[in-house]
Design a protein around this ligand. Sequence first.
Ligand code: AKG
Ligand code: FE2
Length: 263
Amino acid sequence: MAAKPTLSNIINAKIYDLLDLELIKEYKRKLDINGVLALPNFLENKALKELIIEAELAASEAFFTNSTHNVYLTPVDTRFPPDHVFNKQLVSSKGCICMDQIPSNSKLKKLYNYSGFKNFVAKIVGEKKLYPYEDPLSSINVHYAGEGQELNWHFDNSEFAITLLLQSPLEGGKFEYIKNFRNAEKNEMNFEGVAELLNGSVKPETLIMEPGTLVLFRGRNSIHRVTPSIGEQGRILVVLAYNSQPGIALSESARKTFYGRLN
Ligand SMILES: O=C(O)CCC(=O)C(=O)O
Ligand SMILES: [Fe+2]
């Protein structure tokens, strides 16, 4: 039997053995088939409670954006008419705090930097090694969605995303997605499908996740959104962002848009 990894005060070691290669193989298979892998109760319960308190303390420091974007997260393209689905503008609104606003002794930083966790994720997503972002902001973000705030339909730029849900709103705040809805590598944008989704004639799937769930998601070709939060309690979600190469910073324009600053 493989030795248990450390960090058992953060990761729920009763359920998750990060060194179990058979399990990792199964997770990889699930992620490849479904485009998404949800690992419930990944966070140890006390750590979850501590992280919620830590996130609530920092919430007043969050940078709130109300931005419009197309589903492809690209600028308007005048080769398409303004009412074309490529140029259709959607509104997203959420608050965000960055890596540099997270306390240095935070369990989020311990988890993010823990080689056992990085190796576990790397094997599941099929990368040799994972590296942090070069800029001081982008590696860990905490997202807040208060009453009425939402993250509208989009495809991610990054190939995979890792999130940890800390708190759900009483209603809403649901993660909806459709797997393999375009093919970015072949430059197939699926305008027809996207138009049908936006006019409501295609129904997405909903990913059920409880606080403490770790989600691995391939969002480049799977369109997704988070529905508006309803009720006084906001949604709090952590994004753990890695690169497959060292020395990569998030673009200045993206940092300006999402964080309101460059460093
Ligand atoms: O909040 C979520 O669950 C997903 C976040 C997301 O899609 C993103 O940051 O691109
Ligand atoms: Fe996304």
